[in-house]
Design a protein around this ligand. Structure first.
Ligand SMILES: *[C@@H]1O[C@H](CO)[C@@H](O)[C@H](O)[C@H]1NC(C)=O
Ligand SMILES: *[C@@H]1O[C@H](CO)[C@@H](O)[C@H](O)[C@H]1NC(C)=O
Ligand SMILES: *[C@@H]1O[C@H](CO)[C@@H](O)[C@H](O)[C@H]1NC(C)=O
Length: 408
């Protein structure tokens, strides 16, 4: 009669073992994701009850660590949902909060869903979170992410419905390397304590209503991409001499005044320089040493003056200079791509008599600014078209530049 207790004991031991094994911990994380998916009226895309680690399907994927805990989760609409404009995740409601149990998460991407309201506060309890992508939702609020200040390196909340001042807690997120807040309705000046974020590589703020000075940006020595276009910034442009890695600079359609910074001549990785639609004035600095520069747009800065002779690098593939007061004494003095009609370079009036001098500014551009580069706010559609053209052109020029241009 000793056999029955022994069977019970073995059963009990295997139950305990089942609870403790790493494989089961992984299944626990996968079960949380299943609860979330079914709560969002979706269909679990793996055999329910099995491992989800390594799952990849379109924009959805799950990655686990060696013990089977989920460390990365990306969940966007399926291709069919994206095509039909329906989106299961928008119906997730409270089931979204089951993801709070994924306490080993490093990467969370809920891009392209139709999340509304304030982003869930449980995100702040994911104490190892390093990358958070909430791009292209309809969010109007964010929880204070300060609890993640030492871990969060990438915050992408672009293309949402945020308004008002930039969240003050952002200035304390000192591990940040990438801050993407473009295409929202943020307004007001940036807090100067944003200068605390010394490790920033990407600062991407385009299409908001930010005002005031950007001078503190000159301290971001790791910056690769500075995208402040289509805001209401004013004042002189920050010095870029201490940004050796700067690759893309887009500052179009703001209220910048003063000189085009001569420090740009030192940014030898620069691929794209776009300053159109501002109030820059004075001579164009000598950028001829920028061997990687492919795209330059200085259009619609009527107070830029002087000659352009031998100031621009030969390898340019796109050049817009219309609507400036700068001119060339002869077309041969500017790169080939600046000579075509759309580039809008004018020949200095009295050319030939002012040999090699600073030249007198022409009364206006030789041709109308191309639609894609005329820099007045309010034509977002046209500028989008411009960006995709740029992306196409710069793809060949450099990986970082191509990537940033492609995603903006
Ligand atoms: C997971 O999905 C995200 C978002 O679509 C994507 O950026 C990432 O490269 C994907 N990862 C894998 C391993 O497929
Ligand atoms: C989000 O949507 C855009 C536009 O439809 C698409 O290009 C992009 O690949 C999507 N990204 C993800 C992660 O779903
Ligand atoms: C610009 O600098 C280059 C050297 O990088 C020089 O050859 C060229 O003459 C300069 N152009 C002008 C107009 O000073």
């Amino acid at each position: 009669m000793g056999t029955i207790p022994r069977v019970l004991l073995l059963a009990l031991l295997s139950l305990i073992g089942a609870f403790l094994s790493p494989a089961d911990a992984s299944l626990a994380d996968c079960r949380l994701i299943e609860t979330f998916v079914t709560g969002a009226r979706g269909t679990v895309p793996w055999t329910s009850g099995t491992e989800c680690c390594g799952f990849v399907q379109g924009k959805r994927n799950v990655t686990c660590d060696a013990t089977g805990r989920v460390i990365s989760l990306s969940w966007g609409p399926t291709a069919a949902e994206a095509a039909s404009g329906t989106n299961a995740l928008s119906a997730a409601g409270t089931s979204l909060s089951t993801l709070a149990g994924l306490t080993e998460l490093r990467v969370l991407s809920l891009v392209n869903n139709t999340l509304t309201g304030t982003a869930p506060s449980w995100i702040t309890s994911l104490s190892k979170l390093s990358q958070l992508y909430l791009t292209n939702n309809q969010l109007t609020g964010m929880p204070d992410l300060s609890p993640l200040a030492s871990t969060l390196t990438i915050l992408d909340i672009g293309s949402n419905s945020f308004s008002g001042n930039l969240f003050s807690w952002v200035t304390g997120m000192t591990a940040l390397q990438e801050l993407w807040v473009g295409r929202n309705a943020f307004s007001g000046p940036l807090p100067t304590s944003l200068a605390n974020l010394r490790g920033l590589r990407f600062l991407v703020l385009q299409y908001n209503q930010f005002t005031g000075s950007t001078s503190f940006i000159s301290g971001f020595t790791n910056l690769q991409a500075l995208v402040v276009r289509d805001n209401k910034f004013t004042g002189t442009f920050p010095d870029t001499s201490n940004m050796p890695y700067l690759t893309a600079l887009q500052a179009d359609n703001n209220g910048f005044t003063g000189p085009v910074p001569a420090s740009l001549a030192k940014n030898t990785y620069l691929i794209q320089l776009s300053l159109a639609g501002n109030g820059f004035s004075g001579d164009v600095p000598n950028l001829s040493g920028l061997a990687n520069l492919r795209y330059i747009n200085l259009a619609s800065n009527p107070s830029i003056s002087g000659t352009l002779d031998n100031l621009l690098p030969a390898a340019l593939t796109t050049c817009y200079l219309s609507g400036t007061g700068a001119c060339a004494t002869a077309l041969s003095a500017v790169p080939v791509q600046c000579r075509i009609a759309q580039a809008g370079v004018s020949t200095c009036s009295g050319a030939g008599s002012s040999t090699g001098g600073t030249g007198s500014p022409s009364s206006g551009p030789a041709s109308a600014p191309p639609p894609s580069s005329s820099g007045k706010p309010g034509a977002a559609g046209r500028r989008r078209a411009e960006m995709s053209t740029v992306a196409g052109k710069v793809v060949a020029a450099g990986v970082v530049g191509a990537w940033i241009l492609a995603v903006i």
